[in-house]
Ligand binder design. Structure first.
Ligand code: ATP
Length: 375
C-alpha cells in the first residue's frame, strides 16, 4: 500500500473510547447499524474517520492544488505520474458491512442517497466478495444529486459513480495505482478516465490534456505518482468560471473568497495555457453572472421570500428518502430543506427538494427593509 496523509491506522478500542468520551467522536445509527464518526481532527484520527465494529474506514486525504502547471508538476514529482480526470461531484467511501455496501460522506455519515442508489450505480459485490476489506473511493456526479447544483459533461441525467481510488480498512493508504487499475478492470467497475502517463518534464503533453479537458467542460485532472508520494489537482480555467456562474445567486451567502479564489485561478490558468484571447469573452460572462444572475436571484427572492435552490433526485426507498432529509438538515444549521414534490415513475420516487439559505435570506430581508448596516 502506498502511504496517504491521515493517521487513522493507530485507532484501537481504547482510542475510540477516549474519543467518544472527549467528544471527538460520536456514535450514530443507520438502519440499526451503529457506527462511530470522528467529528474533528484529533490526535487519534482525522475528521470523517469511521469505525464500524472492529473496522476502521480511513478518511480520503486532501489533495493539494497547483495553480501553475509547469512549476507545480516539477516541484511535486520526481518520477512518472498518471493523470486522471477529476470528476466534479461529491466524495464517497464505500465499504461493505455485514455483506451490504454502504456509502459514507467526507464527514463520516452514511449517505442515505448514495447507499439507496448504489446497486444501480455499480455492481461492487464481486469485488467485495474477493476483497472484503477494500474501501472504494468514488465521486458521484450528475445533475440529479442532493448536494451540488449544476451540470457535468460526463452525465446528462440522474447520477453516475466514478471510482478513483481504493484503500483498505485499517491504516490509511492507497492501493498502488497499477494494482488499483487491475482490480477496477477485472471487476468492471466504472471509473474516472485515465488521461495517460507522463514524465514530470512533459509539460507540453500535460498542457494538451488540460486544453482538451477545458474544451470538453471537464473540471480538471488529478496527478498521481505510481507509488508513494503526494498527489496534486489542477483545474481547467473554464471550471472556475462555471462555478461562479452556477453559484452567483448565492453571492450574499458564500464567503467572498469562494469567488475571488476562482477569479485568481482563472487568470493564472488563461495566461499559462496561452488562452488570453478568451479573456474578454470570459470577463463578459463573469460580469453577467455576478450582476445579472444575482439580479435574477433578487427577483426570485421577491417572489418566494427566500434565497433558495431546487434539487431534483431519484430514490428507491421512502425510508432512505426520509433519512436523506434528516441528513441534509443535520449537515447545516444554516440551510433549511423542504420537500416540494414527489411522484413515482415506476422505478423511482422523483423528489424535488428546496434548500433555503437562511443567512442570505435573513440578510437580504433586513437590508431590503431599510435597516442600516455598518460596513
Ligand atoms: P477536499 O480537499 O476535502 O477533498 P475539496 O473541495 O478541496 O475538498 P476538491 O477540490 O473537490 O476537494 O478536490 C479533491 C476531491 O476531488 C477528492 O476528495 C475527490 O472527491 C475528488 N476527485 C474527483 N476525481 C478524482 C480523481 N480522479 N482522483 C482523486 N480525487 C478525485
Amino acid at each position: 500500500m502506498t502511504r496517504a496523509a491521515g493517521h487513522s491506522g493507530r485507532l484501537d478500542a481504547a482510542a475510540v473510547g477516549r474519543a467518544l468520551e472527549s467528544g471527538h467522536a460520536r456514535t450514530l445509527d443507520f438502519e440499526g447499524l451503529q457506527y462511530v464518526r470522528f467529528v474533528d481532527d484529533s490526535r487519534d484520527a482525522s475528521r470523517g474517520t469511521v469505525v464500524v465494529g472492529d473496522r476502521v474506514i480511513p478518511t480520503y486525504p486532501h489533495i493539494g492544488r497547483i495553480f501553475a502547471l509547469e512549476r507545480g508538476v516539477q516541484s511535486h514529482f520526481e518520477g512518472p505520474l498518471q493523470a486522471e480526470e477529476k470528476i466534479d461531484g461529491y466524495n464517497v467511501r464505500i465499504a461493505q458491512v455485514d455483506g451490504t455496501p454502504l456509502a459514507w460522506t467526507r464527514g463520516g455519515y452514511v449517505c442515505p442517497f448514495t447507499t439507496d442508489r448504489l446497486p444501480e450505480l455499480a455492481d461492487l459485490e464481486p469485488l467485495f466478495r474477493e476483497h472484503p476489506d477494500l474501501v472504494v473511493c468514488a465521486e458521484v456526479a450528475g445533475p440529479e444529486n442532493p448536494y451540488l447544483h449544476g451540470q457535468v459533461p460526463q452525465v446528462e441525467q440522474d447520477v453516475a459513480l466514478f471510482v478513483f481510488d481504493l484503500m483498505r480498512c485499517g491504516p490509511s493508504g492507497f492501493v498502488p495505482v497499477e494494482q488499483r487499475d487491475g482490480l477496477l478492470q477485472q471487476f468492471g467497475i466504472p471509473r474516472s478516465q485515465r488521461l495517460g502517463r507522463f514524465e514530470p518534464g512533459d509539460i507540453e503533453g500535460l498542457r494538451r490534456v488540460v486544453l482538451d479537458l477545458d474544451a470538453r467542460g471537464s473540471e480538471g485532472m488529478v496527478l498521481k505518482p505510481l507509488g508513494e508520494g503526494r498527489r496534486v489537482k489542477y483545474v481547467t480555467p473554464q471550471v472556475n468560471l462555471a462555478d461562479i456562474v452556477e453559484d452567483a445567486s448565492l453571492l450574499a451567502e458564500l464567503p467572498g473568497e469562494f469567488f475571488s479564489s476562482r477569479i485568481v485561478r482563472l487568470a493564472i490558468g488563461l495566461q499559462e495555457l496561452g488562452l488570453e484571447e478568451r479573456s474578454h469573452e470570459m470577463a463578459q460572462r463573469l460580469g453577467t453572472a455576478l450582476l445579472e444572475d444575482f439580479e435574477q436571484a433578487l427577483h426570485r427572492f421577491h417572489r418566494r421570500g427566500a434565497v433558495s435552490q431546487l434539487f431534483r433526485i431519484r430514490m428507491r426507498s421512502p425510508a432512505r428518502a426520509a433519512a436523506l432529509f434528516e441528513h441534509l438538515k443535520r449537515a447545516s444549521s444554516r440551510v433549511n430543506v423542504r420537500e416540494v414534490e414527489r411522484w413515482w415513475d415506476g422505478q423511482h420516487y422523483r423528489i424535488t427538494l428546496e434548500k433555503i439559505f437562511q443567512q442570505s435570506t435573513g440578510w437580504l430581508r433586513t437590508v431590503l427593509e431599510g435597516v442600516s448596516v455598518v460596513d
